[in-house]
Design a protein around this ligand. Structure first.
Ligand code: ATP
Ligand code: MG
Ligand code: MG
Length: 380
């Protein structure tokens, strides 16, 4: 069969659909909002809320295999789809990865390095956990968090009450603060046959808890890159992945690696692969879920990616011609019509002699988008 279904209509689905259509596949995207980033480029956009199990069944019947780009599709919907067609990665993988406690327990049980953590249901549990894990610590909701939403840093035990209130009655996870030197990620693919193919290790820089820039290869020693790659590959095997998995990690000043979280789909830090690798993470997802052999992940040249957030639209449409004047910079836009602060609208990619040089190029192109505007950086 050559028709793939994707649950979720965001930019990850859009880039998946582009990769799949390029290889001659038909793509159906299920999306709660009309004309979403994925729906715009899919062959068929099915507009229905994720809770609409009947619509999801009809969606599944029209395709040969199903994957997802959105982690919070309700379990009932996913189960109904999985009864009709193969879903990759499996609902079990998704179930582990979308719940921080289940994810951390899975990792700890498998012997993977994670920060100290505790399940938080009551304020007393939080106080006890703060004694055990110390401060600073980070309190996160167990589910539905992204871009740092649903997280509070606790710097002193006295702020336990306020932090607990911020959970708003949701199940929480307290994590020991990891004093990292930098953040890394490895996107890894695993095929039906069990072949494991990792991409280059990326180094990730965040701004306001949102990924800002990714550089590949990461600027850490080769031994650390090898270790990060090994950890990600071992996780892919342990979780019995079929598909693509993004593994976020902290790199410590002593060279150790600690796993932060998992995303069972292409990852924002792997967007550079679309321009800079023989096979992109989206093509790799297609290959994995369709039972094809995986492609070569080779990085063609050091690369960097900078996200374009809605904030850039604050004073009107960015000046695209100014970014286009950087002939080595690739512009990706997701087709979102409403630009809100913090919303991921697109990204830029460049390749250069080094990843840092590529990063300088995407940052310069991004500054040029808003140069000369009120509030713009006066020295782009
Ligand atoms: P994403 O958009 O990546 O899914 P998220 O909301 O799930 O984000 P995390 O990845 O858990 O959140 O955390 C966001 C960022 O906050 C991390 O990339 C890191 O910079 C910081 N952070 C999170 N947990 C810790 C920790 N235990 N120690 C130190 N910094 C942390
Ligand atoms: Mg996350
Ligand atoms: Mg994260």
């Amino acid at each position: 069969g050559r028709t793939v279904g994707i649950l979720g209509g965001g930019q990850l689905g859009r880039m998946f659909a582009i990769a799949a259509r390029r290889m001659g596949y038909r793509v159906h995207a299920l999306d709660p909002s009309q004309d979403g980033p994925a729906g715009q480029v899919a062959d068929v956009e099915v507009v229905a809320p994720y809770e609409d199990v009947d619509a999801a069944r009809r969606f599944a019947e029209a395709v040969d295999v199903v994957t997802f780009e959105f982690e919070n599709v309700p379990s009932e919907t996913l189960a109904a789809v999985a009864e009709i067609r193969p879903v990759h990665p499996s609902p079990a993988v998704l179930d582990t990865c979308r719940h921080r406690l289940r994810e951390k327990r899975f990792l700890a049980k498998g012997g993977f390095p994670v920060a100290g953590f505790a399940e938080i249901r009551t304020e007393d549990e939080l106080r006890a956990a703060l004694v055990r894990l110390g401060t600073p610590a980070i309190l996160k909701t167990a589910e539905f968090g992204y871009d740092g939403k649903g997280q509070v840093r606790i710097d002193a035990p006295e702020s336990a009450g306020r932090a607990f209130e911020a959970l708003g009655g949701k199940l929480g996870v307290l994590e020991a603060f990891v004093p990292f030197a930098c953040e890394l990620s490895v996107v890894v693919a695993r095929s039906h046959a069990g072949d494991i193919v990792p991409f280059e290790v990326a180094e990730n820089r965040h701004a306001r808890h949102i990924l800002d820039v990714s550089l590949a290869p990461a600027g850490v020693p080769a031994a650390a890159r090898a270790r990060a790659t090994e950890v990600a590959s071992d996780i892919a095997k342990a979780i019995d992945l079929v598909g693509v998995l993004g593994v976020e990690m902290f790199y410590l000043p002593n060279g150790d690696i600690v796993v932060n979280e998992l995303a069972p789909r292409p990852h924002n830090s792997g967007h550079y692969t679309f321009d800079a690798c023989v096979t992109s993470q989206f093509e790799q997802q297609l290959r994995a879920v369709c039972g094809l052999p995986l492609g070569e992940p080779t990085l063609l040249r050091p690369a960097a990616m900078a996200n374009l957030l809605g904030d850039l639209w604050e004073h009107g449409e960015p000046q695209w011609d100014r970014a286009a004047a950087f002939p080595d910079v690739k512009i990706h836009l997701y087709g979102k019509t409403e630009a809100r602060p913090g919303r991921k609208m697109g990204h830029l990619v460049a390749m250069a002699e080094t990843a840092e040089a590529a990063s300088a190029r995407v940052l310069a192109a991004r500054s040029a988008l808003v140069s000369g505007r009120p509030g713009a950086d006066p020295c782009p």
